[in-house]
Write a protein that binds this ligand. Structure first.
Ligand SMILES: [Zn+2]
Length: 275
């Protein structure tokens, strides 16, 4: 009886092996790009329970390039390119940008036309600033965010190639397997904005990496579950945080908070890549 059970189990394992996708992981790598810096003179807005009144912090603004064979995904596009070499202020925020994304990519031999997909975690200015520098890419964006973008002229202007031109936009309703092999999955995590997304990248040597988008803004904020007062939905944010942490636990993923300067060290320094 036990023998037969073992034979059946072996059959399942064999079948599972047959049906599993064959991920072309060779040539999978990820770079962290410098997409700016944001000095915050009062962190109060990052908690709706008065955790940070009067505190200051300098946040980083990071973008990521993921290569899968000869296809590339650019995840988030940083502060507006016209800021390069300068800075600008708005409320408690002082934003600065050393260098645009395009010249950074040139240093690793990648031209804008090679970028197959531009994925944005959400519609805020520090994540969409240089999207239009990649008009040949398919835009991947949460459907609810895409709807909001089209209703706001200043934000829509950042997406001119996809709104007025022939560039292809793909509004996402749930999760999305970018390359079709499970190597990069955009996860539906609403709350910061209605269509907010995070990104799971499964690297062959480094292992699974979770990029937060703006589900969290800094480490202490993640530890205490601080919810920014400008989030569009508190309950959705809590549900997204619960799912994100559950995924991190089950996959033993490395979490990278995109705005946390301390997390820069979790990936190799550009132009080196994580593989
Ligand atoms: Zn942000």
């Amino acid at each position: 009886m036990r023998k037969r059970a073992l034979a059946i189990m072996a059959g399942w394992v064999f079948l599972a092996g047959m049906q599993a996708p064959q991920p072309p992981r060779a040539g999978l790598e990820m770079w962290r790009l410098d997409c700016g810096e944001i000095r915050v003179s009062d962190l109060d807005v990052f908690s709706d329970t008065y955790l940070y009144v009067g505190q200051q912090k300098t946040l980083t603004d990071s973008c990521y390039l993921i290569r899968n064979g000869d296809r590339y995904l650019l995840w988030d596009t940083g502060l507006p390119g016209e800021l390069a070499g300068g800075s600008a202020g708005e409320g408690p925020f002082r934003m600065s940008l050393r260098e645009r994304i395009v010249p950074q990519l040139a240093r690793i031999g990648v031209q804008p036309g090679q970028v197959t997909f531009v994925g944005v975690s959400h519609y805020h200015d520090d994540h969409i600033g240089q999207a239009a520098d990649f008009p040949g890419a398919t835009l991947l964006v949460g459907a609810s965010d895409w709807e909001a973008i089209r209703g706001r002229p200043a934000t829509a202007a950042r997406f001119r190639p996809w709104i007025e031109g022939n560039a292809r936009a793909q509004p996402l309703r749930g999760d999305h397997d970018v390359f079709g092999d499970g190597s990069a999955t955009i996860l539906n995590m609403p709350g910061h904005t209605p269509g907010h997304r995070t990104l799971l990248v499964r690297l062959p040597r480094t292992g699974p990496v979770l990029l937060t988008g703006d589900l969290y803004h800094f480490t202490e904020n993640m530890r205490r579950g601080g919810i920014p007062s400008f989030n569009t939905d508190r309950a959705d944010t809590l549900a997204s945080m619960a799912r994100f942490q559950a995924i991190a636990r089950s996959l033993r993923a490395r979490i990278i908070i995109q705005h946390e300067p301390a997390d820069i060290a979790k990936l190799p320094a550009f132009p080196a890549s994580a593989r």
